[in-house]
Design a protein around this ligand. Structure first.
Ligand code: ACO
Length: 325
């Protein structure tokens, strides 16, 4: 019998400290940084973001999202035999955030590791979990995207600090006799490392370089629109489907203008695109599962519908997953 993988539960979590654009603009103005609600909304579509409290880590946000996904799937933590956490803001250099989360969840003993593909992390992690389930290496996986990007923002750089937020999303992926994940397509091109990076590292007991996010926004924008379209088309071709088969597009929630361009290229109207960037900004690897969970819980996405998930981010990395819920 062919083994497939299916999403059987979704969950998400945003830390309670919500900053509207007006809140952030006022905080930045107090530090001499000039921006406005109008600029942020017009260029990005972002209206608010959530920041984790001091001492709250990616594993804590991921834990809440994972608990909600498990509850939705009707599973106990002990049933899980694989945990993959996609994050670029891990709790520690090592061990992995997945191991720390596994212990907090009480799923000790199962395989657990992190995936580092920045904002494409969730589609990378989901593809890996799907492959492991199809080979029989796992049967019930938790795939989590969790980030505390507020910790790596330069609040003196208005071109980046208004864009990002903290949060987590999770899915339970289970072995199934009927197809859930239909196809995926992953890529990276390391020659673009410099356009989106946190150019610091730990050495000899200190941090060398700059441990803050640096981005060439226009270069990222141009690359993102092109590669998202390529990844979506490649994934559809692998699954033997066309744009007309997509019920919902769930892109990485970075910027509404990137999402609009992507939808236009795929000839999809914006009412087929799940948009939550306005509520939480760019939460990197957490953004796709956050958007997915919000649309599932609101009843917008229904069982049996076909979803295209698309990620793009630092690396440069990009990819897509087509699935039936
Ligand atoms: N408030 C007010 N003015 C600002 C701000 C701000 N927060 N930021 C920049 N500006 C100014 C600039 O200084 C510039 O002023 P000037 O014309 O006097 O020089 C002007 O606004 C225009 O700046 P641009 O950089 O040309 O603005 P653009 O329209 O390109 O928008 C943005 C910038 C929003 C960053 C856009 O390029 C973008 O969205 N890029 C993609 C970013 C992205 O999605 N990144 C995440 C990738 S995923 C990951 O891996 C993390």
């Amino acid at each position: 019998m062919t083994i497939y993988s299916r999403i059987t539960g979704t969950g998400s979590y945003l830390p309670p400290n919500r900053l509207s654009n007006a809140d952030l603009v006022a905080q930045l103005a107090a530090q001499g940084v000039d921006t406005s609600d109008d600029w942020i909304v017009e260029r990005t579509g972002i209206r608010a973001r959530h920041f984790a409290a001091p001492g709250v880590f990616s594993s804590d946000l991921g834990l809440e999202a994972a608990r909600r996904a498990l509850q939705a799937a009707g599973l106990e933590a002990q049933a899980i035999d694989l945990i993959i956490v996609a994050t670029s803001t891990p709790d520690m250099v090592f061990p992995s955030t997945a191991c720390i989360l596994q212990n907090k969840l009480g799923a000790n003993g199962c395989a657990a590791f992190d995936v580092q593909a920045v904002c494409s992390g969730f589609v990378y992690a989901l593809t890996i979990a799907d492959a492991m389930i199809k080979t029989g290496a796992a049967t019930k996986a938790l795939v989590i995207g969790a980030e505390v990007f507020s910790r790596i923002l330069d609040f003196k750089d208005r071109t980046t600090c208004v864009l990002f937020g903290d949060g987590a999303g999770a899915v339970v992926l289970e072995a199934s006799s009927t197809p859930g994940i239909l196809a995926s397509d992953l890529h990276a091109d390391g020659k673009h490392v410099g356009i989106l990076c946190v150019p610091g590292h730990v050495s000899g007991g200190g941090v060398l370089g700059e441990p803050l996010l640096r981005m060439d926004g226009q270069a990222v924008f141009k690359l993102a629109v092109g590669v998202l379209d390529e990844a979506a088309r490649a994934t559809l071709a692998k699954a033997g489907k066309t744009e007309a088969d997509i019920d919902w597009l769930i892109p990485h929630q970075a910027n509404i203008r990137i999402m609009q361009s992507t939808a236009r290229k795929l000839k999809l109207s914006m009412d087929k695109v799940v948009v939550t960037v306005d509520q939480h900004g760019n939460t990197s690897a957490a953004s796709i599962p956050l958007a997915l969970d919000s649309a599932v819980r609101s009843g917008k996405i229904k069982p049996g519908e076909t979803l295209m998930l698309e990620g793009v981010g630092g690396g440069f990395t990009w990819g897509a997953v087509l699935l039936t819920l």
